[in-house]
Ligand binder design. Structure first.
Ligand code: G1P
Length: 271
């Protein structure tokens, strides 16, 4: 039912400087494997058949990573190292299912989503934000199940500390569906502590409806002058479209900040 996923990858990664000065943050290793591969594995395991990367000219390195098969071939010819052969096969497998679109100006996540419009085929598609790793349980897989059952859009969520609400999209609850799923009443991008309706944060897994594109086209820049996906979701909710907040069962790792990135490696090494 949900066969396509999109991954915004055009961000500058300034929170991870100096590591991102000449390197794409999504390719930084986490316990010996590029962070992006954890996200791809989650997609494939959840039944996703096509993944659309939104990159920029500056992040061309990400495309090169998946299109470097001739280099692998040369190495393998000289040395039949089974580990390298395995890596080569993995890269080939990914290459087959990845498509690329470009967002050359960092205009926000909403703008990134809009770039994929022509490629999206079905009523719903998955979006994963690569800064957010969720381990121990496949969050995308669980959300796809919920979407199938409830026939609605879904967003991953977790409670955050009240002092930190302005870092996240924050939503209020209309009603509880079951222990881990709520119908969302409203969602606000990075509210101040005073204006936050709760401390329920949106985490980077979304099952979005195709109808979001219509809203995105009309979306005016919001917080920080960027086009936010949150603002278009809010518009859809106002129109009566249902969105479920799914309290995911896995463990959240924040790979977008230097401290979080270091901790992620330690956590994953313990698995
Ligand atoms: C984005 C979204 C925000 C969400 C967050 C999850 O923010 O805009 O609503 O809570 O991802 O990680 P960003 O991390 O791009 O600032």
């Amino acid at each position: 039912m949900i066969k396509q996923a999109i991954i915004p990858l055009a961000g500058l990664g300034t929170r991870l400087l100096p590591l991102t000065s000449v390197f794409a943050k999504e390719l930084l290793p986490i316990n010996g494997k590029p962070g992006l591969e954890y996200i791809l594995d989650e997609c494939v395991e959840a039944g996703i058949e096509e993944i659309i990367f939104i990159i920029s000219k500056k992040k061309k390195m990400i495309k090169n990573y998946f299109y470097n098969d001739s280099f692998y071939k040369k190495i393998i010819k000289k040395k039949k190292d089974p580990r390298i052969i395995n890596e080569y096969k993995k890269i080939l497998k990914y290459k087959k299912i990845i498509k690329f679109v470009y967002q050359n100006k960092p205009l926000g996540t909403g703008d990134a989503v809009l770039r994929t419009e022509k490629l999206i085929k079905d009523k719903y598609f998955l979006m994963l934000l690569p800064d957010d790793l969720i381990i121990k349980k496949n969050c995308s897989k669980d959300m796809i199940k919920i979407c199938k059952k409830q026939k609605t859009s879904v967003m991953a969520s977790m409670k955050v500390s009240k002092s930190n609400v302005s870092r996240w999209g924050i939503f209020s609850i209309n009603r509880k569906i079951d222990k881990n799923n709520f119908l969302i009443k409203d969602v606000i991008e990075k509210p101040s502590i005073i204006s936050a309706p709760s401390n329920n944060a949106v985490i980077g897994r979304y099952i979005l409806p195709k109808s979001i594109f219509k809203k995105l086209k009309k979306q005016k820049p919001g917080k920080g002058g960027e086009i936010h996906i949150t603002d278009s979701i809010r518009e859809l909710i106002k129109d009566g479209k249902k969105f479920i907040g799914h309290k995911f069962l896995g463990k959240y790792l924040d790979c977008g900040s230097l401290n979080g990135y270091i901790k992620s490696g330690i956590e994953i090494s313990k698995l």
